[in-house]
Write a new protein. Sequence first.
Length: 391
Amino acid sequence: MSFLNGLAEIFKNSALSALGAGFQAMEDPQSFLRDDLPQDASPVAKWVQSRNRRACRQHARNEAAGAYSDLGALRRPRYERVCRPYLDSINEGPEAEGSYGPEWDGAGGQCDGKLYGSSITFRTGFIDVDGNTVWGPVQTANANCGVPGVNLAGPVSFSVTTSGSQKFYQFVGKNNTFGASVSVSTSAPFQLLGTSLTLCSGQGTEAGCPLPDNQYRPPRYPTNLPPIGPPDTDNPPPGGDGEDDVEVDEDGNIRICENGDCSSPTSPGGGGAPSEDPGEEDGAPQENDPNNPNDDTIEGCAEEGRILTGLKINFTQVPLAVSGPLDYYRNVCYVGFGPDLNLIDLVIDGKLVKDGQFVIPDSEFCRCYRVVVSPGWGLSVQAYSRPEKTE
């Protein structure tokens, strides 16, 4: 068992693991899984790629069989983000896309005939000469109550359409009424960071109106996917003979197995258990003002000589009528970690958050963090750190 747990640690922490922690996971995990490695790639890289591919194929079969638990449902998006290009390349991708229901945060909008204000928070970017994505500032498109020409009437939906080289994001209401909208080029990077609705004054309350579905709708995979077959013994793990296999359980955990024995479970990348003591509170918790739309960023760095081990996120305000599975909420915030505030990665796990959740960096070498809070949410963010290791 200790041998299998050791393999699981190599798998999770390898710098080339697409579903575990590591630099490649932040850089381009999709291409790492989809594209065959060169012949002179290291044996560890070949083994990690092979077992990640098997985990992706197992994920597809779990979805087709409806095998995931509620906890597994929370981890589905990470598999989808990383595995899809590889699964599509071998014709094992889904027949229909997955989603979290409406594109907005689920804050009402379903009262028939009532009027709403709306906003869309987003950022655009471009690809530089080195192929890196350079993001612009966070922007917000507002369609406020009382603005001439704005008359968004419930029930409300969120429309995403493409016309030529442009993609349109827009709130649409009853009788062809419209709210906030964004038009972007389909050839440029784009991120939808948050959307929200506000019931206009004089419209009463939303009591008794149905809420939009905020549950995760998984992609629909074919039920006739072929058997995976035995693992590739040409790519054995360090110290092994290639008879090991990878398993994705109902909770979305990954295990390395051999002859009926399996390693301890690990979650697929960020948001799992820390590899060591999570450390101590680093400074006082920081909060945003949810009533100030310009106060949407909480950021900071660990003290000198310390490494950031994670952030504990508590809610100070939840928008009206927001719901989520197992008390988890989507699009609460976006969490980024990095070696300094000018080098911040975006951790996708921050899109689904529970009150009191501990969010863990994907790398062991982060000192700084940035939390971009969605409109209407109030957060308290407590950083944790440990002393930097010295040789």
